[in-house]
Ligand binder design. Structure first.
Ligand code: SF4
Ligand code: FES
Length: 390
């Protein structure tokens, strides 16, 4: 098929998630990075990223998310932001904030950065530093938030929530207001990579979730016009799955630190797919013609029952392929987050394991993957053998 014919069949992506590096001074046990992390020597260089940003804009991408790892670990970040700005992309820096100072923020603002999304691990400093694995990290984040606002940049606070901090959601909302954030994302952990290995210690209970939903509703009413709060029910407690990434190969593409183009951040966990490199192919060719991006696109032949004849198949596209594979061993299976899925019982079993109360966590680290999991929702084999007990 020619490029022109292929382009007519597939809508362009709206967003590019550029994972600039896997390096990060924090060690969050729910990190969405793959358990085999890319080292600095394998990362794309400045010129290649700049070319990729230009190709993204030409393809139709509007939003560029500069992520990691910790993207500020890249010394060339201002040059990358400038390249994005010159390509006409709206740039959003997704950062832990602990490496930012006034000079770096001024350089990023001067280079054309449009928005900053700052993550926090908790509202309580001791608990936040424990999860992030960095003494004093929370205090650095608070200072980063002040500097972001002083640089005139809009701020979104991204609070990753789970069983060990969800009860402090009121404090996280108060923190967002205090820091001058315009938006708070109450982001439940997604159970891929490191988070899947630590699932039994992180899954919240239904009672916690119900309390959080009530807290969010009350805060939305109290702070309307000042703070927007995003909160969606996490998969393990939902009746229907979400359209992961807006659908496979439909809205977003991800480029890994080493240059692999992926339909989602966890796609490399799926067997049998060859992901093209931006070192060797253009984004347009990858988006329109690669086997990997076409494998689970739309609702074509790959989709099994009950999805194939379901009225929601164009809404959620059968849920998340990576979650389906991680839990069932079949990437084409209906996501067990759906109550109609044949494998739904796996989620209920995982919730039962979490309710048993194991709170120990394995940290994210280079060269040391977490303990292997058995397929089908069982917890880590070596309970309590984490490198850093909590
Ligand atoms: Fe979505 Fe498939 Fe469940 Fe229907 S059966 S709601 S398409 S996951
Ligand atoms: Fe890969 Fe959902 S994370 S499809």
């Amino acid at each position: 098929m020619s490029d022109v014919a292929a382009a007519a069949l597939v809508e362009p992506p709206l967003g590019l998630l550029a994972e600039l590096t896997h390096r990060c001074p924090l060690r969050c046990p729910y990190c969405s990075n793959p358990t085999a992390l890319t080292r600095a020597a394998e990362e794309l260089d400045t010129a290649t990223w700049a070319r990729v940003f230009g190709e993204a804009a030409a393809l139709g991408v509007l939003h560029l998310h500069l992520s990691g790892g910790e993207p500020t670990a890249r010394r060339d970040l201002p040059a990358l932001v400038r390249a994005a700005s010159e390509a006409g992309l709206y740039s959003n820096l997704i950062t832990a904030g602990v490496l930012l100072d006034a000079a770096r923020l001024e350089a990023l603002a001067a280079a054309g950065l449009d928005h900053v999304q700052l993550s926090v691990q908790d509202a309580e400093p001791g608990a936040a530093d424990r999860i992030g694995g960095m003494a004093g990290g929370h205090a650095r984040k608070l200072e980063a938030a002040r500097l972001i606002r002083a640089a005139g940049l809009p701020l979104t606070l991204n609070a990753v929530v789970h069983r060990q901090n969800l009860d402090r959601l009121p404090g996280l909302i108060a923190l967002a207001l205090e820091l001058g954030a315009g938006r708070l994302e109450v982001a439940h952990v997604q159970y891929h990579g490191w988070a899947l290995a630590n699932r039994a210690a992180l899954l919240p209970s239904r009672a916690q979730l119900d309390a959080a939903a009530a807290t969010v509703e009350a805060a939305r009413a109290a702070h309307r016009g000042r703070l927007v709060i995003d909160h969606v029910i996490p998969d393990y407690h939902a009746r229907r799955p979400k359209p992961c990434m807006g659908g496979w190969g439909r809205r977003v593409l991800v480029v890994s630190p080493a240059g692999k183009a992926l339909p989602c951040h966890a796609a490399e966990s799926l067997p049998g797919l060859q992901f093209p490199s931006v070192r060797e192919a253009s984004l347009a060719a990858i988006w329109h013609r690669s086997d990997a991006f076409n494998r689970f696109r739309g609702t074509a032949a790959w989709m099994p029952e009950p999805c194939r004849s379901c009225e929601r198949r164009e809404v959620d596209f059968g849920g998340c392929r990576c979650q389906a594979f991680a839990l069932t061993g079949d990437a084409a299976a209906t996501d067990p987050a759906c109550a109609l899925a044949p494998h739904r019982a796996l989620l209920d079993r995982a919730l039962g394991e979490a309710a048993a109360g194991d709170a120990r966590l394995a940290d994210r680290a280079f060269g040391r993957p977490p303990p292997p999991r058995r397929r089908g929702g069982h917890g880590p084999r070596r309970r309590g053998s984490c490198r850093r007990a909590r």
